[in-house]
Ligand binder design. Structure first.
Ligand code: BDR
Ligand code: CA
Length: 314
């Protein structure tokens, strides 16, 4: 099995990524690290703890990461994040479980460094929020750079952004951090809007999940209803995107996407947060594999059946 660390800003689709990994027999989730974005780190890690309790995995450790971008000393949740994910991150649906335990004393950065040293190539880290935690890892332990494997949700190469016309939300949270990540020698697969906007969950899919009738199934279906509601208002097409779950799925099965090796950087100027294939170094010095095509017909039904399995078995 593959060892996984999820670096979440939990978040509706982050919650779904967590559910997917827990329902995947080929994955061993060794820990969750909490970043910011959809919610603050404090809210996110509380969500993670309560979700692990709900899903029946209360012993998986949760670590808090950096609470704000590298280049600033504070972070405030954007109104648009609240609109998409609710004030509490789970679409204002209360998680029907309360964790007994609390967040680990060790911080996220040290936990990741220790895990990379321990597991090397067996470990994949899946950031689905701001890139700050991973940038902090690279700054603190440059010697492990080329042992790090990352499948990240973020960016947009062939599409406009979703936070600004240029930038995808996760990269825009901390563009300096994402840029540092890309320029490192870590092994990075970018799961951006290029592919995540092609994998959508429909209301019918969600009704199947609801029909499980369990506490977990009902909670997830209520939360997804909230997400579909707001997504349909913005996208004017039915259903919602499965951003973060796709990144988690690719970490377990890279054949779900077709990637293109490219030298990527992040605009820190006028198009702040835009992921750009550096035109001067387009192919000579690839630093990132960008997913440009996805096998959605394989992924979406597999995603749904794993969630249903979790709903009835936990
Ligand atoms: C990303 O931004 C967040 O709102 C989602 O959780 C996802 O990680 C999509 O751009
Ligand atoms: Ca996210």
């Amino acid at each position: 099995s593959k060892k996984i660390i999820l670096d979440l800003d939990t978040g509706i689709d982050d919650t779904l990524a967590l559910a997917y990994v827990l329902a995947s027999p080929e994955a061993e989730l060794i820990g969750i690290t909490g970043t910011y974005g959809n919610v603050t780190v404090a809210q996110g890690v509380q969500n993670d703890l309560d979700l692990l309790e709900l899903f029946g995995y209360p012993d998986i450790p949760v670590y808090a990461g950096p609470t704000h971008p590298l280049a600033s000393d504070s972070f405030e949740v954007l109104d648009s994040s609240g609109e998409f994910h609710g004030k509490n991150g789970t679409g204002d649906v209360e998680i029907p479980a309360k964790a007994a335990g609390s967040v680990q004393e060790q911080n996220a950065v040290d936990f990741i460094i220790e895990s990379v040293r321990q597991y090397g190539d067996e470990l994949v880290i899946v950031p689905t929020g701001a890139s700050t935690t991973m940038a902090a890892v690279l700054r603190k332990a440059p010697d492990i750079e080329n042992k790090i494997h990352i499948v990240m949700m973020g960016g947009a190469l062939t599409q406009p952004g979703n936070s600004t016309i240029f930038a995808e939300a996760n990269v825009l949270q901390d563009p300096e951090a994402t840029k540092e990540l890309f320029s490192s020698s870590a092994d990075i697969t970018m799961i951006g809007l290029d592919v995540t906007t092609k994998v959508r969950m429909s209301r019918q899919d969600n009704e199947q999940l609801r029909a499980t009738g369990t506490r977990i199934g009902t909670f997830m279906a209520d939360m997804i209803d909230f997400y579909i509601e707001v997504s349909e208002r913005y996208d004017s097409i039915p259903g919602c995107n499965l951003h973060d779950p796709l990144a988690a799925a690719v970490a377990l099965d890279s054949s779900l996407v077709t990637t293109f090796p490219i030298n990527l950087t992040v605009d820190l100027e006028d198009g702040r947060g835009r992921t750009i294939g550096d035109p001067a170094r387009l192919l000579d010095a690839p630093n990132t594999k960008v997913a440009l095509a996805v096998d959605g017909e394989h992924f979406v039904p597999g995603f749904l059946s794993r969630l249903m399995w979790l709903a009835i078995s936990a």
